[in-house]
Write a protein that binds this ligand. Structure first.
Ligand SMILES: *Cc1c(COP(=O)(O)O)cnc(C)c1O
Length: 410
């Protein structure tokens, strides 16, 4: 009996000649080309396709931004720069990657609590939109603008007075380090009006990794409603409204892909309803993992197979130091397996239940716990799907002094 990996319902990468193909290249060949395992491979066609499908559904007026925190590999960001309408950055390092793509600085925005003076100075000099996160930041930025003789381009990041329900990561509502509490925004806008700043609009981001379109629809409706309330206090007509993102991707058993259509339909209604209030405003959606997460895999190699008291362990050269999220240590409360597959060879004669672990001396170094995979041995390649976002740069590479993975865009 041929056994295919049970866990891998992932269909984005074709299987040919008993191995996974990425960007049209067989995985074993790709590994030879990279020159090492482990590596991350991102498929550019899948990224292009995802954005094409999204644009087909979303209203034309929606500007699509890429939040490069999800995957800041320069080649990936360059690819996305050509497909999206702007880039969102959260540090000076990300800002440099974004500027290197050559996009118009006015389409880059910079959010993040705790922007230091060096970052603010660089952002003013670059002419990108700075999302103000506090009153203190506003004052520092104003001084920096005066010192440089450049008028800072700003928007106010609003900590909304509602939450994004059932979100994997809530980033708005209640007390938060992100943004200015909605009820304090009117005073801040008054202050902005008194200063020499080029005010563009609002940034309202309520959360991340949401798979329920109803929740996103509700949050977006409340976001427009909040923006429209705050507009009464605006120092000049609004030109920019970033309504956040939060589109999730399925990682774990039982999760289903986000249905975009209800979101698109609701946006159409919102745009029509609020257009009189926002005649010249660009409406921006910022997405990270939804654009790149499913286009990437993490590939590692089996080093050893061993049995311990009735359980089987596949020990690989990859682990939490390369892929913290797959190990369950990047914000998960209860550890669940990322979709994992034996990728080369893809099938074998038998299946077995295994633990896929890494080489680190810590019990946290688990890539997959008790999964059924085709029976395999040292030298075969294991792949972890849904690894195009929050993989490489969200992992503690230094931990235990192993070598780093390589990243490629195929
Ligand atoms: C992290 C972040 C994003 C991207 O989140 P995803 O879940 O990857 O889409 C977008 N906007 C802001 C402000 C963020 O902090």
């Amino acid at each position: 009996m041929k056994v295919a990996p049970k866990h891998a319902e992932m269909k984005q990468f074709p299987i040919k000649n008993n191995e996974l193909h990425i960007g049209g290249v067989a995985l074993s060949r790709l590994a030879a080309r990279v020159g090492q395992t482990p590596f991350y491979a991102y498929d550019r066609k899948l990224i292009t396709r995802r954005i094409g499908e999204l644009r087909e559904r979303l209203p034309q007026a929606i500007h699509l931004h890429y939040a490069i925190k999800a995957n800041p590999m320069p080649a990936v960001v360059q690819h996305l720069a050509g497909l999206t309408d702007g880039l969102d950055v959260a540090s000076l390092g990300e800002m440099r990657v974004a500027l290197d793509t050559g996009v118009d600085p006015r389409t880059i925005s910079f959010a993040g609590p705790g922007k230091n003076d060096t970052e603010l100075r660089a952002a003013v000099a670059a002419g990108i939109i700075i999302n103000l996160e506090s009153e203190g930041e506003l004052e520092r930025l104003t001084s920096i603008g005066q010192a440089l003789g450049i008028r800072p381009v700003v928007s106010v990041r609003v900590n909304p007075d509602f939450e994004l329900k059932t979100s994997g990561m809530k980033m708005g509502g209640g007390p938060k380090p992100f943004g200015v509490d909605a009820e304090r925004v009117p005073d801040m806008l008054k202050r902005i009006g008194a200063l020499d700043l080029d005010w563009q609009g609002f940034h309202i981001f309520s959360g991340s990794q949401n798979l329920r379109s109803e929740a996103i629809v509700e949050a977006q409706s409340k976001t427009f409603e909040l923006a429209s309330r705050l507009l009464d206090h605006a120092p000049c007509p609004i030109r920019w409204l970033n309504i956040g993102g939060g589109f999730g991707i399925p990682y774990f058993p039982g999760e289903t892909p986000l249905d975009i259509q209800p979101i698109a339909d609701n946006l159409e209604i919102l745009l029509e309803h609020y257009r009189p209030q926002l005649p010249d405003a660009e409406i921006v959606i910022e997405l990270g993992r939804y654009l790149v997460g499913e286009a990437g895999v993490y590939v590692c190699e089996v080093i050893d197979r061993k049995e311990s008291r009735g359980e089987l362990f596949l020990v690989t050269n990859g682990g939490l130091h390369h892929h913290l999220a797959a190990s369950g240590n990047f914000g998960q409360v209860i550890r669940k397996n990322y979709p994992v597959a034996l990728a080369y060879p893809y099938q074998s004669e038998d299946a077995e239940t295994v633990n896929v672990v890494g080489p680190l001396c810590t019990p946290l170094d688990i890539l997959a716990s008790k999964v059924e995979l085709p029976k395999t041995q040292a030298g075969s390649l294991i792949c972890i799907y849904q690894s195009g976002a929050y993989g490489y740069t969200a992992s503690p590479h230094q931990f235990l002094g192993h070598s780093k993975p390589i990243e490629i865009l195929v």
